[in-house]
Design a protein around this ligand. Structure first.
Ligand SMILES: Nc1nc(=O)c2c([nH]1)NC[C@@H]1CN(c3ccc(C(=O)N[C@@H](CCC(=O)O)C(=O)O)cc3)C=[N+]21
Length: 310
């Protein structure tokens, strides 16, 4: 940023290229995978379990499997019909827990209603829980033992993007996390707290969200409400991470067409922020990259080999 500018026109925000950062991460994962194998370890193994035939889930699961193969991982996929019982899913998890060629197990969420999600997550060996959803991993993150945990991929990816922009020094920054999910909001808050940010977690019952946002140096929006964060909520120079992935009707593209938007009104916010993630091409690709990183880390730990940091 240039200081002492007399013009009132502000430079538009830098676009944070999540796709490019994700590619750097996966390059490192590929290189470190080569080192692990050369050191006598086995290739990292990732198992993805998908129950039901949700089209969007099939696309994501396919993308994860392709990326894993690209990196030289051992990659397996269990695609089960919607009618699969909870006991059958638990039996597959148990089998994967015992399989020494598998280091990471991802059970795609949401699961069908007749299956108890907590029960399935808690059945996964915490050392193979590359989603970081098991209470053991959640607890390790919460007590500041990130180095022994596996951390939820989306917030871990968001933190890397924030560190890129702010040069790693987050101490004392006011961070606002909008959304309190177990998958994004809560672990995001823990990660930012560990970086010594002053963290506020806002949710549907928060009062005066715009006022909370206007104080924030960092905003992570993860609520699933299309374009909820407006330009006039943004403090000049803030860093904005948009986790939202909302499909909305786009009649301008033709009858029945849709487009993907985030939780942030992008054009408005980009005029005020210093840096912002686009949707798509921001957080989404980082989630998949961090899944690969977690699988490699799990494989290194299983082999008693030093693990890379990301
Ligand atoms: N156990 C579990 N773990 C997950 O990590 C998990 C899950 N279940 N269930 C579903 C969600 C969704 N998810 C995405 C990952 C990457 C993109 C992604 O790469 N999106 C691209 C493309 C989006 C598009 O064009 O459709 C982007 O944002 O640029 C999106 C969504 C992981 N999830």
């Amino acid at each position: 940023m240039t200081h002492g500018q007399s013009s009132s026109a502000k430079a538009p925000a830098a676009v944070i290229d999540g796709k490019a950062v994700a590619a750097e991460i996966t390059d490192k994962v590929a290189a470190e995978t080569g080192r692990l194998i050369a050191a006598g370890g086995v290739a990292p193994g990732l198992a993805v379990v998908l129950v039901g035939d949700d089209a969007a889930s099939q696309v994501y699961v396919g993308a994860k499997g392709r990326k894993a193969k690209e990196l030289g991982f051992h990659s397996v996929q269990h695609t089960l019909p919607l009618s699969t019982s909870e006991a059958e899913v638990l039996a597959i998890v148990d089998q994967l827990n015992r399989d020494p060629s598998i280091h990471g197990i991802l059970v795609q969420l949401p699961l069908p209603r007749h299956i108890d999600t907590s029960k399935v997550i808690e059945a996964i060996d915490p050392a193979k829980d590359v989603d970081g959803f098991h209470p053991i991993n959640v607890g390790r993150l919460a007590i500041g033992e990130r180095d022994r945990a596996l951390v939820s991929c989306t917030p871990a990816g968001c933190l890397l993007l924030i560190q890129r922009v702010l040069g790693g020094n987050l101490a004392g920054k006011d961070a606002l996390v909008i959304g309190r999910s177990n998958i994004v909001g809560k672990p995001m808050a823990q990660l930012l707290l560990q970086e010594s940010c002053t963290v506020t977690v806002a949710h549907s019952r928060s009062r005066d969200l715009p006022a909370l946002a206007r104080k924030a140096d960092i905003i992570v929006a993860a609520v699933g409400r299309p374009e909820m964060v407006r330009g006039d909520w943004v403090k000049p120079g803030a860093v904005i991470i948009d986790v939202g992935m909302n499909r909305i009707p786009a009649p301008e593209r033709g009858e029945g067409k849709t487009r993907l938007v985030g939780d942030v009104a992008y054009a408005e916010a980009a005029a005020i922020a210093s840096a912002i993630t686009p949707v798509p091409g921001g957080v989404g690709p980082m989630t998949i990259a961090m899944l690969m990183a977690n699988t490699l880390v799990a494989a290194c730990r299983a082999a008693g080999q030093p693990e890379p940091t990301f």
